[in-house]
Write a protein that binds this ligand. Structure first.
Ligand code: GLP
Length: 267
């Protein structure tokens, strides 16, 4: 695991956007350029700065999304696309609508209004597999360490499926629903922990004081379904991009180790 510690949120987002851009460009210049680059994407406040920077690079002609296929992590059950808190709406509002060459048919987001959630999830996994898997999954993390909507005690081998949201998550996400946790949908469709860790690379954004326990659990904690983020320790290409504020619960040794070793790393 790499842990890339940046001074603040802006720097973390710039680093992550540059990393993703470099991966897309190297794919498009490499031997596999005839197939699309498959990118997994999250919602939440953490990736917003990354989306802004990627969109800027795209608008200024530095980075093309014409050969990129995306799969989003999750979607609330029961919110239509036009609901301003649906993840479909979020992704278009914060990212896809700002790209000049993203093909609409290359965007994949779970349909939270489906009549058959099991079939929707099965088809999603099959579609990911049809592309040969995900090249790079960018993710965020909940304060309880959830990846996508894989709450504590979700199997670390889980696949795309229906998830019950915990009271804690509904309280945290209530800030987007008039501060009323009851208005937050009780269920979501979500890729599994196993879906994320099957990706060739995983890049997780962890920023802010409120994520300090989750960062420590991801990096130092035992691998445990209590903190589903800890499954990343078993992945061979996991990168955590974080800011200083999130480092408060790391031991001094861990913090110094990653600062030191990353001086030698290059994108
Ligand atoms: C939601 C999403 C997660 C996301 C998390 C953190 O629960 N389902 O995928 O990582 O929020 O959001 P934020 O980045 O706003 O802290």
């Amino acid at each position: 695991m790499r842990v890339v510690i940046q001074e603040n949120y802006e720097n973390m987002c710039k680093w992550a956007a540059d990393y993703i851009a470099a991966k897309i460009k190297s794919h498009n210049n490499g031997s596999e350029k005839d197939r699309p680059f498959v990118l997994g994407l999250p919602t939440g406040s953490s990736p917003i700065g990354v989306y802004k920077e990627l969109a800027r690079q795209n608008q200024e002609g530095e980075l093309s999304f014409a050969n990129v296929v995306t799969f989003n992590m999750d979607e609330y059950i029961g919110l239509p696309h036009e609901h301003d808190q649906s993840y479909w709406y979020f992704m278009h509002d914060n990212f896809f609508d700002h790209l000049v060459d993203m093909k609409p048919e290359s965007i994949n987001i779970l349909n939270g209004m489906t009549d058959d959630p099991e079939e929707e999830c099965r088809k999603y996994e099959a579609k990911i597999a049809s592309y040969g898997g995900i090249d790079l999954f960018m993710g965020g993390i909940g304060v309880d360490g959830h990846i996508a909507f894989n709450e504590p005690f979700t199997s670390l081998a889980s696949r795309t499926g229906v998830r019950d949201l915990t009271t804690d998550t509904r309280i945290v996400n209530g800030r987007f629903f008039d501060n009323d946790p009851e208005k937050v949908p009780a269920q979501a469709l979500s890729v599994g922990v196993g879906t994320v860790t099957d990706s060739k690379e995983v890049l997780i954004l962890i920023n802010g004081h409120n994520k300090a326990r989750a960062l420590a659990a991801t990096v130092e904690g035992p691998v445990s379904h209590k903190w589903t983020c800890s499954a990343l320790q078993l992945h061979n290409g996991a990168i955590i991009a974080c800011d200083e504020a999130a480092c408060g619960e790391l031991t001094v040794d861990t913090y110094k180790y990653f600062l030191d070793i990353e001086k030698k790393e290059r994108i």
